[in-house]
Ligand binder design. Structure first.
Ligand SMILES: Nc1ncnc2c1ncn2[C@@H]1O[C@H](COP(=O)(O)OP(=O)(O)OP(=O)(O)O)[C@@H](O)[C@H]1O
Length: 201
């Protein structure tokens, strides 16, 4: 995949990860410019989450190189985390805080506006939210953080039909503001709606 000539925010060169005896992917050359969305597809265990972890710098690839926002990704770097927002399976909430409190905290830290779309059960402690409500809150939080790059790992998980439609809007809003977005997904309509590129692992 070659950059279309825009401002490139994510590149990989000859990227590969081998887990045990299994080659998850190899020789992966990606380029995602500002304002573009890459959707990563593949069966369970294909390596989608692994690829996203390589882009966030919390997994070291077996071969090749990654550049995100102009350098190697490093999730431990506060400067890097200010430029890259993520939703991973293990993304956590503060159990005792409500959605409203979570989002107030983000607004106080970063300013800016929340995404359109209802905040689920705004006054219920996070520990008591349903899986879909948690996912909606995590998505609100991911896009509320300032970001040049947005990495979303199976964001459609646990969302209802309205939530999945809202998810597409979130992604296109983010790319419309100039972010480079990478989404690992099992939901074919999402790729149809938001992808500039699709990679099948
Ligand atoms: N560091 C590692 N060491 C050993 N095995 C690993 C490592 N990282 C990933 N794996 C294995 O690689 C495979 C790919 O995992 P990954 O979570 O990336 O797949 P996925 O495409 O996201 O799957 P799913 O659709 O089920 O979420 C799995 O079998 C996983 O156990």
């Amino acid at each position: 995949m070659i950059s279309r000539g825009g401002f490139v925010l994510i590149t990989t060169q000859d990227l590969g990860v081998t887990a045990g005896e299994t080659v998850l992917f190899s020789g992966l050359d990606l380029a995602v410019d500002a304002g573009e969305c890459l959707v990563v597809r593949g069966a369970n265990g294909a390596g989608k989450s692994t690829l996203l972890r390589c882009l966030y710098g919390n997994q070291t690839p077996t071969s090749g190189s990654v550049s995100v926002c102009g350098g190697p990704p490093d999730e431990r770097s506060a400067a890097f985390r200010r430029r890259v927002s993520v939703l991973f399976d293990d993304s956590a909430l503060f159990d005792e805080l409500t959605p409203r409190q979570h989002l107030d905290l983000l607004r106080n830290s970063f300013g800016g506006e929340l995404a359109d779309g209802p905040v689920p059960a705004p006054d219920v402690p996070a520990a008591e939210l349903s899986a879909g409500q948690r996912r909606r809150l995590l998505l609100h939080a991911a896009v509320a953080r300032p970001h040049e790059v947005l990495l979303l790992d199976e964001p459609e998980r646990a969302l209802d039909a309205d939530g999945r439609a809202w998810l597409s809007t979130l992604v296109t809003t983010s790319t419309g503001r100039g972010a480079a977005v990478v989404v690992a997904s099992h939901h074919p309509p999402l790729a149809d709606e938001v992808a500039d590129y699709v990679v099948d692992l």
